[in-house]
Design a protein around this ligand. Structure first.
Ligand SMILES: [Mn+2]
Length: 279
């Protein structure tokens, strides 16, 4: 099963992508199949992906600044993952594992191939139950009105790691129905791409073992975490008071292991990012 990452032009994404793919290759060997989906056109980003021998899919996002609410514009890159079923590069893949770039592969993914979710599988967010602000969402698709009730409160699933059944999403253009939903509710959605997946798919989401999306502050992350997700503080966020409560447990251990994957000039960049927080 291919591992897919998405990135836009935020410079730190390229660095995170390199760390993630190097950790994946350390666990599964250099021939593990992965794909970087890039929604921008910066030649430096493209060169960075290619120099790392990562297959590249350039994609012009269907969900973009012209058709999405202004409140989403600063995080447009987060919506790319919702469009994977449209990519010609993935047309022959029934299932793919999407991962954020802020992950570290700690253990083999072998058992994942036995999970064949009818739509998608995600692990639960490490938070309390969530009460959405809306009772239902109504949207139009092919001139027909659809209403999705919110049977909540719910536990939210985290969109940092998503096992997508692309075959299912491509069937009868289901993906286009979903993207119509995303466009039309983008002004009222709380947590962007994550809320769109949770609200639209609801009870059709298959529960993924939390070890596939394990924050480094969880006690089990070091020994058993399969995919460690720098959810909250990134490896260079060592000073920001905001993330203090999350820099616990094995955060420092995984930060070290991530830094060990970097080349000297990349480490210089990380030092600069660390120092910038003190100013
Ligand atoms: Mn993330």
């Amino acid at each position: 099963m291919r591992v897919v990452f998405c990135l836009d032009d935020k410079p730190q994404y390229l660095l995170l992508l390199k760390g993630a793919v190097r950790s994946l290759r350390a666990v599964h060997g250099p021939s593990v199949e992965c794909l970087a989906v890039y929604g921008g056109s910066n030649p430096d980003v493209i060169a960075g992906i290619e120099s790392e021998n990562i297959a590249l899919a350039r994609h012009r996002p269907v969900l973009n600044q012209e058709n999405m609410a202004p409140c989403t514009h600063r995080v447009m890159g987060a919506f790319l993952k919702l469009e994977l079923a449209l990519l010609p590069e993935l047309a022959n893949d029934d299932y793919v594992l999407y991962c954020d770039t802020d992950v570290f592969f700690n253990r083999p993914l072998d058992a994942l191939t036995t999970i064949n979710p009818p739509y998608l599988a995600m692990a639960r967010e490490q938070t309390a139950v969530f009460y959405p602000a809306h009772e239902s969402f109504t949207y139009l698709h092919k001139n027909r009105e659809y209403t999705i009730p919110m049977p909540f409160p719910i536990w939210t699933y985290n969109s940092g790691v998503v096992l997508f059944n692309l075959k299912r999403l491509r069937t009868r253009d289901y993906i286009l129905n979903f993207l119509d939903f995303c466009r039309q509710v983008s002004d009222r959605i709380g947590n962007f791409d994550q809320s769109m997946l949770n609200y639209f798919f609801g009870k059709r989401i298959t529960k993924l073992d939390p070890l596939y999306n394990c924050p480094p502050y969880m006690p089990q992350s070091k020994e058993h975490g399969i995919i460690v997700h720098f959810h909250g503080p990134k490896p260079w966020d060592i000073y920001k008071p905001l993330w203090k409560d999350l820099r616990i447990g094995h955060f420092e251990y995984f930060r070290r292991r991530w830094l060990d994957l970097l080349h000297p000039e990349e480490l210089d960049l990380v030092r600069k990012m660390e120092e910038a927080q003190n100013k």
